[in-house]
Design a protein around this ligand. Structure first.
Ligand SMILES: Cc1cc2nc3c(=O)[nH]c(=O)nc-3n(C[C@H](O)[C@H](O)[C@H](O)COP(=O)(O)OP(=O)(O)OC[C@H]3O[C@@H](n4cnc5c(N)ncnc54)[C@H](O)[C@@H]3O)c2cc1C
Length: 130
């Protein structure tokens, strides 16, 4: 039989770092809906960018945490928004589903893939320099 599967998210307004040097990454900081399939990807990006931020600021790791949080928030929020869009598109019914289908039919597969370059083509700034 079908069973309900609850989806829980973490309030994105909550802080991810504390003034005494703690940082939350991944789902603990920003669990999001699964419709963009990016929760683990965001956790990995968090880890890599946090390591870079602390490495870049060895004498002031507390400041590094704050800088890291500020720099990560727009990216994570954009990915979460994409999940919300996907949820709407995948669960659409009636006229909204018809509009979705027409839209998808008009786009080439190349264009559809290119629309996600910002997501899958993202590179940490530090990684670009190496
Ligand atoms: C069905 C499903 C499909 C998914 N598909 C994708 C996908 O395709 N792509 C993608 O990017 N993401 C996907 N995700 C999301 C992804 O799994 C999560 O975003 C990711 O696992 C978060 O990693 P995390 O390390 O932050 O947290 P978690 O993976 O939850 O790790 C936290 C760990 O901490 C442990 N823990 C908890 N409390 C304590 C404690 N008190 N002491 C010690 N240890 C503790 C837990 O046991 C766990 O091992 C999917 C999730 C689900 C459920």
């Amino acid at each position: 039989p079908w069973t309900a599967w609850p989806i829980h998210t973490v309030d994105p307004q909550q802080p991810w770092t504390t003034p005494n040097g703690m940082a939350l990454i991944g789902d603990a900081a920003h669990a999001m809906t699964p419709f963009a399939a990016q929760g683990a990807a965001m956790a990995i990006e968090d880890a890599a960018t946090l390591a870079d931020a602390v490495y870049a600021s060895p004498t002031d790791p507390l400041a590094a945490l704050a800088v890291w949080e500020q720099s990560r928030r727009p990216r994570v929020a954009q990915v979460a928004r994409r999940g919300a869009v996907n949820r709407l598109a995948w669960h659409a019914a009636g006229p909204v589903a018809i509009a979705r289908n027409v839209f998808l039919k008009m786009r080439t597969s190349e264009k559809l893939a290119a629309d996600l370059d910002w997501l899958y083509g993202w590179r940490a700034p530090e990684a670009d320099e190496s």
